[in-house]
Design a protein around this ligand. Structure first.
Ligand code: ADP
Ligand code: MG
Length: 689
């Protein structure tokens, strides 16, 4: 591209991610300056930020000396007079400007002693063509220090975009939406949209452009997901679980320790239906902390076993895998079914046994961490896989799982914390969706309290009281990845402090953190689980899944440093038994108003879906755990929170299209299909340099 040499080209790539013409077109301005109007000087008021005026330069004068020197020019337009001031480049201005000539002037307006003035204005010779001002609003783009240093300021990028648009025309932007949608929603053409997002003739045109481009972005994202889902439904063959056998029935009738909630029953039915069709299931199971997702997974695995298939359940941490194993092993101990645990710290002898049992098919349920998807782990007949706490697993790992049998196993993905629906359908739209929207009966509300540092002694006294009643307590310290050492020091300091409040032998304390070896972690955890220790001091390693029903207090140190969803997740570690439970959010004495508001939300509600909604509103999708790597939320112009109504419309239209015409073969969807093919890389756009 003209005007972009190797240096600028490299910089655009590195600093702004602009590799192609398309990227440049999609590098949108964050605001515009209106130079389309020429104001009368007499009409200018302190209310307007910028002004553009045209008039005759009457005179200029130099005021002050040396460093305090400035040049003031006076411009008159018949209605009044304005002062133009320069502190720099005075020589140049003096040489260039000629009193008596007509000029068009633009800049930031200020008033001094009731007189309008512009400091360092943009100024150019006024000609009759300019009498109406510019034809377009002028775009301002995001820039960086490095870009600016090479002359690519927030405005200069606009020059590149402008010359690019000169090279293009309507025919380069064929329609990509179905005609009926364009008509119904009165969208402007794509060409108009790209011209007007950069150089709109008016605010109104800009609004039209934004609306069209946002819709496109959301629509195509949703369409892709719908098509993926549809393709899977139609073509991906899966194992058939066609009977409910003795394992399932015996467990359900004799060993299930409680009645399933209606929500659990409904989800189980959805899973049974999926696994009976001969298609592969890929289902996302959402449910608040403690809603009982595990038992649904367990019953599904029994169903698999009844049909001659092995199952695997993957957890993100050793502790969680261990907990699952203990819980599931206990529940199934009377049944003729083999369950084993495999993690990174499983000793060689056992590992060998497990691998061989797995390969021979004598092992029915394998529980573990990432270790279970390693290449060495071979299954005789894997039919069902549960991924607990999805966010810690990437797509690549899921793919590994798929290759463990001739047909991929059915997959049940369980989320750790609820994700708002908006986000779920954007990030996981290719999965089918189940939700447990009901907690088991008899759950008590966890009382959540925010306390400042100066109340620490009272908090400690409260803990003592709870312990004297036989309860157990968690004390959690934040983990900030950038500074592992500092975190560790904080934890150690905290541990010492806790010890001084709770001396042995009256009190015993467990400590668990990321630097411990697997078995050390497990021993400490186990001592807490069995009640040998009353206090568990830890980092967020206990965040997910850990289940100690006797624990009734969760103290979170520096609570302001955690995300809301994470706090909710931590809080979910208590309130699992019959006792009233408490969550105490400790913060420094001084926290921001913002931080205070966030903690207030947590104190006000126990509903994880509500917390997640708020978290999304406050922090935006980029920060929500687990969505970052999905890449699906990196929209260029749409914002799934602000534009959620439009997202819903786009989703409905996309779903409808795919339902009626899954391969986009109908004439009305031709545009859509062609565009998708281009997007998927069949046409290479010009490189920018
Ligand atoms: P999560 O959905 O957070 O993974 P779990 O599956 O760990 O929740 O379940 C939390 C607790 O609730 C467990 O102790 C489990 O035994 C219990 N539970 C699950 N379902 C029910 C139910 N229907 N009735 C009573 N308790 C239940
Ligand atoms: Mg769980």
């Amino acid at each position: 591209m003209k005007g972009v040499g190797p240096l600028k080209g490299a910089l655009l790539k590195k600093e702004a991610n602009i590799f192609t013409f398309k990227d440049l077109l999609e590098y949108y301005p964050f605001r515009h300056i209106d130079k389309t109007r020429v104001d009368k000087i007499a009409d200018l008021s302190p209310a307007s930020e910028y002004a553009q005026v045209a008039g005759r330069l009457s005179r200029f004068e130099i005021i002050g000396e040396k460093r305090a020197k400035r040049l003031v020019a006076y411009l008159k337009d018949g209605s009044g007079e304005i002062e133009l001031t320069w502190f720099q480049g005075i020589n140049w201005v003096e040489k260039t400007l000629r009193p008596g000539d007509l000029y068009l002037v633009f800049g930031k307006l200020s008033f001094f002693m009731n007189k309008a003035q512009i400091v360092h204005p943009e100024i150019e010779i006024f000609t009759p063509e300019k009498s109406g001002g510019k034809k377009f609003l002028e775009p301002i783009y995001p820039s960086t220090e490095k870009l600016k240093a090479r002359g690519l300021t927030g405005r200069a990028v606009g020059k590149l975009t402008f010359s690019l648009l000169q090279l293009l025309s309507q025919k380069d932007f064929p329609e990509n939406l179905p005609e009926s949608v364009v008509v119904q929603y009165r969208f402007i053409t794509r060409w108009e949209a790209f011209c007007s997002i950069h150089f709109p003739a008016s605010d109104e045109m800009y609004t039209h452009a934004v609306r069209r481009l946002k819709f496109e972005e959301l629509f195509f994202a949703q369409l892709r997901l719908s098509m993926l889902r549809s393709t899977r439904h139609r073509f991906s063959k899966g194992w058939v679980f066609d009977k409910v056998g003795t394992l399932f029935n015996t467990f359900y009738n004799q060993y299930l320790p409680f009645q399933l909630t209606n929500a659990q029953k409904r989800v189980l039915k959805e899973i049974r239906k999926d696994t009976g069709t001969g298609k592969q299931m890929n289902r996302l199971l959402q449910g608040d902390v403690g809603s009982g997702k595990t038992i649904v997974a367990l019953l599904s695995m029994l169903l698999a076993a009844d049909n001659g298939f092995q199952s695997v359940i993957m957890a993100p941490t050793e502790i969680l895998a261990q907990q699952h194993f203990i819980g599931i092993f206990e529940l199934l101990k009377e049944l003729p079914i083999s369950v084993r645990l495999l993690t990174g710290s499983t000793i060689t002898k056992q590992r060998k046994e497990i691998l061989s049992a797995c390969e021979q098919g004598t092992l029915s349920i394998l529980i573990g961490t990432h270790a279970v998807i390693e290449d060495k782990v071979l299954f005789k007949n894997l039919g069902f896989a549960v991924i607990d706490e999805q966010h810690k697993f990437g797509v690549a790992q899921r793919a590994k799982l798929w290759k463990k049998n001739t047909l991929p196993p059915h997959v049940l993905v369980m989320t750790a914390t609820p994700i708002p629906r908006t986000l779920a359908l954007t990030a996981y739209g290719d999965l089918d969706y189940s939700v447990i929207d009901e907690l088991p009966p008899g759950r008590k509300v966890i009382e959540t309290i925010h306390q400042f540092e100066n109340k620490r002694p009272q908090v400690m006294d409260f803990i003592k009281k709870e312990i004297s009643k036989g309860r157990q307590v968690y004390i959690v310290y934040p983990l900030i990845e950038e500074s592992a050492t500092l975190d560790f020091e904080n934890l150690m300091k905290g541990f010492e402090e806790v010890k001084s409040f709770f001396p042995e032998p009256k009190y015993w304390i467990s400590m668990v953190h990321g630097r411990q070896k697997g078995d050390q972690k497990q021993t400490n955890m186990q001592r807490f689980v069995t009640g040998d220790t009353q206090i568990m001091v830890s980092t967020t390693v206990i965040e997910v899944g850990v289940n100690v029903p006797n624990a009734s207090v969760m103290v979170i140190e520096s609570a302001e440093k955690f995300g809301l969803s994470q706090l909710h997740q931590l809080r979910g570690r208590v309130g699992r038994g019959s006792e009233k439970s408490f969550c105490i959010l400790l913060t420094g004495n001084k926290i921001t108003q913002d931080g205070r508001e966030r903690l207030k939300i947590l104190c006000a509600t126990n509903d994880g879906f509500k917390v997640a909604e708020k978290d999304l509103e406050l922090r935006g999708p980029g920060d929500i755990e687990g969505t970052r790597q999905s890449g699906l939320l990196n929209f260029k112009i749409a914002n799934i929170i602000q534009d959620r109504a439009m997202l819903e419309v786009a989703k409905n239209i996309a779903t409808q299209i795919v339902e009626i015409d899954p391969d986009l073969n109908l004439a009305e969807n031709l545009h859509v299909k062609e565009y998708l093919q281009i997007q998927n890389g069949k046409t290479v756009w010009s490189k920018i340099s």
